[in-house]
Design a protein around this ligand. Structure first.
Ligand SMILES: O=C(O)[C@@H](CO)OP(=O)(O)O
Length: 345
């Protein structure tokens, strides 16, 4: 998928949900792939990975995204171009903090609901946990609960760079949001919203209470709708269908950044992240059923030599284990410590 196509449906910061859903449902990628069944899923992912890694370089050199022109490499105390020679990068995944509909136990899907006060606190706490880990680019869904989470988390980061949302709007709107100071650009982190990272579309369950739905249709049925791999809820997306867009977006737009040494944070949703984790960890359709993600808990992966290494969830910014993962993370943190007065002022 080209960058242009990937971005074609990105709506504005507060997106109009109805348009997000109709755009999603128009995408051919959302249609279930014939023959992509339970017993084939692993080879599907394996083959996607093979294809993908062989084309990473090509994609990386072809991909031209707005932030490359908007935000130039840093010339700061911690040079962001230090990663250029490295074949290693950090990948942080965060499910958004608690939303108002999580709190009410309602099926949310693609409905654009903001965070609760608890969700805001969870996002801040998540930010503290990853505050010593480098972040060069942020990808979020187009939904405000993920974007709020990314922003609140970034405010805690010790590097104190400013996250800037890059809207995919008209050329005029783009030109109106240009930044004219190189120094300011250097102190910014691009934030790319992508509808492909949205929560799975929950169809006719959206807005219904989960408990009441289980009482009406039976626990087993509702569990299948919520956690099975290929059974969609009524008029909604199965995890398989969600993976078709989320994993494709990850492969086409995020992996090339990691391969180029950029440290990436993704703020998204329970199911779009489950599908991406299924891909990263090569989980089978059975294994993914029991994969549950808590709100506001960051997960760290190291991308090295074309492989993803799961590093769990940093429990705190000073957790020694996190910085033992790789020499580069330890060095980054050391630089933050050395420059803390300058960076944190
Ligand atoms: O309602 C939803 O959109 C999701 C995430 O909150 O629910 P589930 O736990 O069923 O994946």
């Amino acid at each position: 998928m080209s960058t242009a196509i990937a971005y074609q449906s990105i709506s504005s910061f507060v997106s109009h949900q109805s348009s997000t859903i109709s755009q999603s449902s128009r995408q051919p990628l959302l249609l279930p792939t014939k023959g992509f069944k339970i017993n084939l899923s692993l080879s599907y992912y394996t083959s996607r990975r093979k294809i993908n890694f062989s084309k990473i370089e090509a994609i990386a050199s072809q991909t031209s995204v707005p932030y490359n022109t908007l935000l130039s490499p840093s010339k700061n105390i911690i040079p962001d171009n230090s990663h250029k020679k490295s074949n290693e990068a950090a990948l942080i995944l965060i499910r958004h903090g608690e939303s108002l509909w999580n709190a009410k136990n309602l099926f949310t899907g693609c409905v654009d609901v903001p965070l609760t006060e608890k969700g805001v606190e969870e996002a801040i706490e998540a930010g503290k946990r990853i505050s010593n880990i480098p972040i060069d680019i942020i990808f979020t869904s187009s939904l405000i609960r993920a974007q709020m989470t990314a922003m609140l988390a970034m405010i805690q980061h010790r590097r104190k760079k400013v996250p800037i949302i890059l809207h995919n709007e008209s050329d005029q709107a783009k030109s109106w949001s240009q930044v004219f100071s190189e120094e300011t650009k250097d102190q910014s982190v691009p934030v790319i919203p992508a509808w492909q990272l949205n929560e799975r579309m929950y169809g006719e369950l959206q807005g219904l209470n989960k408990q009441e739905t289980a009482e009406r249709y039976g626990k087993q049925q509702v569990h299948e709708w919520r956690r099975s791999y290929d059974i969609p809820p009524p008029k909604g997306e199965s995890l398989e269908m969600c993976a078709e867009r989320a994993v494709a977006y990850f492969e086409d737009n995020i992996e090339p950044k990691l391969a180029a040494g950029k440290n990436v944070m993704i703020a998204a949703h329970g199911n779009s992240l489950r599908s991406i984790i299924m891909y990263l960890d090569k989980l089978t359709c059975k294994e993914v059923i029991s994969l549950e993600l808590s709100t506001g808990i960051p997960l760290l992966y190291i991308f090295k030599d074309g492989k993803f290494m799961k590093r769990g969830s940093p429990v705190g910014p000073t957790e020694a284990g996190v910085y033992a993962y790789t020499k580069r993370l330890a060095q980054y943190r050391q630089k933050l410590d050395d420059n803390s007065e300058v960076l944190c002022s």
